[in-house]
Design a protein around this ligand. Sequence first.
Ligand code: HEM
Length: 577
Amino acid sequence: MRATYFQRTAKLYLTSPEESSIRLMLVCQKLCHLDNFGPNRSVRNASSNKSTTFNCNNPQYLAIFWMDFFVLVTTSLAFILLYGVARLTYSIWLKPKLQERLLKQQGIRGRPYKLLVGDMKEFVRQITEAWSKPINLTHQIVPRVDPFTLDNVQKYGKVSFCWAGTRPRLIIKDTELMKEVLANKQGHFQKPPLNPIILILSRGLTTLEGEQWSKRRRMINPAFHLEKLKGMIPVFSVSCGQMIEQWKKMASLQSSYEIDVWPELQKLTADAISRTAFGSSYEEGKKIFHLQKELISLTLEAMQSLYIPGFRFIPTKKNQRRKKLDKDITSMLRNVIQMKENGMRTGQTRADDLLGMLLQHNNQCANGAEGGMTTEDVIEECKQFYLAGQETTASWLTWAIIVLALHPEWQEKAREEVLQVCGKEPDFEAISHLKIVSIPLHEVLRLYPPVIALYQHANKDTKIKEISLPAGVDITLPILLINHDPELWGDDAEEFKPERFSEGVSKASKDQLAFFPFGWGTRTSIGQNFAMLEAKVALAMILQHFSFKLSPSYSHAPYTVMTLQPQHGAQIILHQI
Ligand code: HEM
């Protein structure tokens, strides 16, 4: 009985296309409860010249419709499943293997692809081991800070690859090739796709690409011109002055005083950025940045756990806290912006801070063909001032203090110059005459760059020199490794020798491209001059008031969490002068 039923159904299936389409239509009618809709249909089979009439109320056909429907659904599901499996196999196995073959065919060597995880396990193993203990007090920090990249380059060469999950990552330690990537003339390179979790921190300039990026960059650039930044030197002095007063109070209780300068200098740069960004609203700015700090640490925590798409929308305690922080930060910034705009309109507030300059320029552009930024865009840029400018400068200053504590002869030379050139508080004129202070600062940027690598992503099939890169390859430009490379800096590359910068940055190494702590090309740090002025003011003022040496409790343990940091703090002993 069953067999006959299936035979009949199968036969009906193997009839003409017209019959099939009518049956399909009837199934649809049935599904839509339109059984009695329209007349009965009949078709003529071309080969047998027989006519068949389909009546949608005929029970035999109804059974067949349901059978048809079942077959249709199961076949579709099978196809979807098959397609899914094929796509998955392609993206997690076939595509990486093809990309690996293409790189190898061009003589580029690297780690063999491991299904799904790539080199994640090995990376974590090497980092965990390296960061488990401090190192000797030397500047040979690469094996501790970035053991994985170093290992890859040592094993497979200056241009080699490893795996970020299923994506190949090309490590380029060749200055000519790096220049090609950073020049990015055809727009073939972008920042690697971001984990959506991180976008809660800011959707500002660093996260934009293409026309959106270039328009935004043109809008923000004027606020960072050296001419405008000159006016910020007194503001940096106020922030530094307050920190120094506090240090003096603590030092006056004992003849010498131990202090961990890492948190201190983080507070200093947070204060400086809120004053320079928000002017009279800097107290509000400090509150905002305080919330941003909590949001950053919660976001980093989320990024360290396994990424599950959509998990960030589930109302767990931490997700809710992140959402609340984001909402509060955004609404506080909106208030500050409104107050600033009102103040500028009524002439009560001057536009001499970053936000004021941004709004002033924005108003001018708003009437032009290009149009200005929305309030939402300005909010995102304000968030970014703190993200990009606070920890980077604090890291630079912290390593400068540690290194000058290790090299008292340079600390003394720099202090002599400061005492000669600067008055009570350094002004722009004095700061631009500080030559001896600048060169150890540059040497510290070389040995301890706050940003240890740049990351790019080929968004199209492209070529760099002779190398063909398939779309989807990530690229690492390892600033730290380049800065410690004897081929570029000589046999004394691991030594602190500020005199290499005495004739300027371009003459410090064998290759002009070897030094790019602020990036290179169109996406160079917008805050380079800002950071340089701030670091010089802060170091000059510290040298004016204190001498310092390393505390016995300091252990040398540079590592990276976004920026290069001292893992166990930066304890120094201060002596008031
Ligand atoms: C020692 C201090 C600093 C260092 C070492 C540093 C380093 C860098 C680097 C390497 C980049 C390029 C990133 C890339 O190409 O992927 C960058 C971009 C950027 N930096 Fe800085 N930076 C510092 C201070 C600052 C400050 C103080 C600000 C603002 C107040 C700032 C704002 C930015 C912005 C907005 C970008 C993105 C530029 C763009 O994409 O067009 N930076 N920074």
